[in-house]
Design a binder for this molecule. Structure first.
Ligand code: NOJ
Length: 762
């Protein structure tokens, strides 16, 4: 229940805050939603269509071509074969297919649709182009570590270039679900724990996929998913419920979706989960009142894979017909994979349970988008077998993958400046299940990429050192099982070496859909390997492979240097070697906090204060912390070291107070006292000390990535307006209240950096 009491203070401030909000850039963005142009011929077509043909335009199915990639990435389908799908295209029973097999397949289906069907409406081809098509970029979570949204725009654009060459018009991406529980496996596909950072990446990816004109045969339609709050699954269990206050939904979970729509995304995917008892697929408030009513979304909504049908098992629909009716009336325009819309919508319209006008409205949206994608002008505009091959894995795209890879790596620890390593004069033992081999490189959500086309760590390291024979590889352990004799072999390799690179962590199947973990640790056999290798006494660099933030323990946590390298895609080995040997100084920052222990989940930096916080220092009794560990992260959101020595000093404020309609400038000096160049990500956090609703201990409001040569200093300046300090108030709208705010410019969410205070005044 929402507390609708109106505090005197909130009332007093209501006018000023509302004025600030109305004048704010955020408000301006609210109005800049993507526009859909409906060409005149669309209504003429609709007027000639049968209810069955209309329902067909609202049904997408996984491609059945040759067993199809689609089927291996989702639960088993409904047994349809490709010939049957071609027939369905002829009969106007299919709006399109997804995760198909390239231009050749698309041509067969498109020919059936535009040459042999009664209405000659072109099909749309969709796919999960999550972080690349043939050239695979870092997993989305990794790329967020770059704190460089424009990098994500560029990789999305490159992915669109390759994929649209292969006949794909529509990507089921970006996935923008905020994930604050690292047990959940799908955080790997998203933007991390912070709504502000996640929003910037959501918008950037939409711009990259869609470009300036959807007709472009080098771009494709983006799809914001999974709407909404899929990442808030209880206890991190995939598909489970999200229960939360409206305030949390609005402040934390909704902003990245909204940012994606504001950037122009014209399709959305309903999430599998329920929110407060209502499955998203059947949630009229979410899909219609909020999305279309308040946000002005003009595109179309597709269910997730059998999401409509799953409302039966979820206890919200009694059978398939009921599920189709509920989903459609809620505002889900298109059904994915279940076949329920084409099966039941015609009859639901005849019986009057679904208004004919509503059916026409959804068909209009889908046809308008097909027109915007240029499919009515030329249904084959993205279908070209030659172009498909010519665009694949181009050197410039691989170069971008390498750039994105190295920018995604986060240096968590570097005791005694062990890194960067010299290129010669040292023998290196490269140990661990991820040391070599064409596996676990591209990551868990890849339809068309291939580990065999990717560079493994051993190849990258050997290419970077002067003498490749100075690198000895030992597997040491399987990922989740011991390797007989592996530890002995690894220990021997470590003894013979000057430095150990320990490539350990999670394999591809440990994150992604339906891959929630109870313990977010390095699996036990690898932990044992790490302990045995550490006991040899050589300097150890841990090179982590992971799809989530991990709780590091024992010898892994105690290693002299630790690199978070996620799944980096096609250029994995080269990107990691670039950082290991200093061709590139690490610049990534954590998009999700690494906790001390798994049991802290969900742990996120922007948690609320409690009445009994533990003061800095020793753990005290009767204070908020788990037994034996502080209520903090081992490596918090925003953390990441460089090869320089970075100092923050001299926070200045342009004024002691910020008027409701004014601005304040916050600045600090950042210096690199080291001997190597560094890229620092200066982060601005605020905290509202006393409010009518308790506020997080810190909230990220801005950041800037700056390059500093040795000895160089720079003043970073940020401008805050009152609207930047708004929160979801007691009257269900953004409010800013007067009072004292803390402000930090800091190298992470839990580092002190430099601190000041200012007052917001009426
Ligand atoms: C289910 C996933 O939740 C969604 O993200 C994906 O786009 C569909 N399957 C289609 O593969």
């Amino acid at each position: 229940m929402l507390d609708t009491r109106v505090s005197r203070r909130a009332m007093l401030m209501g006018t000023g805050a509302a004025a600030a909000w109305l004048a704010s850039p955020a408000r301006a963005l609210l109005q800049a939603v993507g526009k859909v142009a409906v060409p005149g011929f669309v209504d003429a077509l609709i007027a000639r269509m049968t209810p069955e043909e209309k329902a067909g335009q609202l049904q997408i199915m996984p491609s059945a071509w040759g067993g199809g990639a689609a089927l291996s990435l989702n639960p088993p389908g409904n047994g349809s074969d490709f010939d049957q799908q071609v027939n369905e295209a002829r009969q106007g029973q299919l709006t399109g297919v997804f995760n198909g097999n390239g231009a050749r397949m698309a041509r067969l289906l498109q020919n059936a649709a535009v040459k042999e069907s009664r209405m000659k409406i072109p099909m749309i081809f969709a796919a999960d182009i999550i972080h690349g098509h043939r050239t695979i970029f870092p997993v989305p979570l990794a790329e967020v570590a770059s704190f460089e949204p424009d990098l994500a725009r560029r990789t999305a654009e490159a992915a669109a270039f390759e994929a649209s060459g292969a006949g794909i018009d529509w990507t089921f991406s970006p996935m923008v679900d905020v994930a604050r529980d690292q047990r959940w496996g799908r955080g790997v596909e998203g933007g991390g724990e912070d709504p502000m950072l996640g929003s910037l990446f959501a918008a950037a990816r939409v711009r990259g996929f869609q470009g300036a004109d959807l007709k472009s045969p080098e771009h494709m339609l983006a799809c914001i998913k999974h709407f909404a709050a899929y990442g808030a699954a209880e206890s991190g269990l995939d598909y489970d419920v999200a229960n939360m206050s409206m305030r949390r939904l609005h402040e934390v979970y909704l902003p990245p979706y909204k940012a994606g729509f504001d950037a122009g995304a014209l399709s959305a995917m309903a999430s599998f989960n329920e929110i407060n008892g209502i499955p998203s697929t059947g949630n009229h408030w979410l899909m219609t009142d909020l999305l279309r009513g308040q946000w002005g979304f003009q595109g179309f909504v597709v269910s997730d894979y059998t999401g409509d049908e799953e409302m039966i098992a979820g206890g919200y629909a009694k059978d398939g017909r009921d599920a189709a009716r509920i989903a459609f009336l809620a505002g889900v325009d298109m059904s994915m994979a279940s076949g329920l819309y084409r099966k039941f919508l015609p009859d639901l319209v005849r019986s009057g349970e679904v208004p004919q006008a509503k059916l026409d409205e959804s068909v209009r949206r889908v046809l308008a988008l097909k027109a915007m994608l240029g499919l009515f002008d030329d249904p084959f505009r993205r279908i070209d077998e030659k172009r498909e091959a010519a665009r694949s894995l181009l050197p410039k795209t691989r170069a971008l993958a390498r750039e994105a890879g190295r920018k995604s790596i986060v240096l968590l620890k570097n005791d005694g400046d062990l890194l960067p390593l010299p290129r010669s004069g040292k023998r290196i033992a490269l140990i661990g299940p991820f040391a070599s081999g064409a596996h676990d490189l591209v990551g868990p959500w890849v339809v068309y990429g291939d580990d065999a086309k990717a560079v493994d760590l051993a190849t990258g390291v050997r290419a970077a050192v002067r003498d490749p024979s100075s690198v000895i590889v030992a597997e040491g352990s399987k990922v989740e099982e011991p390797l007989p004799g592996g530890i002995e072999q690894a220990v021997a390799a470590a003894r013979d070496a000057d430095i150990v690179l320990l490539a350990i962590g999670e394999h591809t199947g440990m994150s992604g859909e339906a891959q929630s973990r109870t313990e977010i640790v390095v699996p036990e056999p690898q932990q044992k390997l790490a302990e045995a290798v550490a006991a040899v006494g050589k300097p150890v660099v841990v090179v982590l492979k992971h799809g989530r933030a991990l709780a590091l323990e024992g010898a892994v946590a105690d290693a002299q240097a630790i690199l978070a390298t996620w799944f980096l895609g096609t250029e994995t080995g080269n990107a990691i070697a670039d950082v290991l040997f200093g061709a590139y100084g690490p610049s990534g920052r954590l998009p999700a906090s690494f906790p001390w222990k798994s049991g802290q989940q969900p742990y996120y930096y922007a948690h609320k204060p409690t009445g009994r916080p533990n003061p800095p220092g020793e753990l005290q009794p009767y204070k908020a912390h788990f037994r034996g560990i502080p209520n903090s992260a081992r490596y918090p959101f925003g953390h990441g070291l460089t090869y320089g020595k970075i100092d923050y000093s001299g926070l200045t404020l342009s004024a002691p107070a910020l008027p409701m309609n004014g601005r304040i400038e916050v600045a600090a000096t950042i210096i690199n006292r080291g001997t190597r160049a560094a890229e620092e990500v200066a982060q601005l956090y605020i905290h509202d000390r006393v409010a009518s609703v308790t506020r997080p201990v810190r909230e990220l409001k801005a950041f800037r990535k700056i390059a500093l040569a040795p000895g160089q200093s720079q003043v970073v300046r940020f401008t805050l307006s009152a609207a930047d300090l708004a929160f979801y108030g007691l009257q269900d709208r953004p409010v800013v209240e007067p009072g004292t705010f803390d402000v930090w410019i800091a190298p992470s969410a839990e580092a002190e950096g430099v601190h000041g205070t200012f007052d917001v005044v009426a």
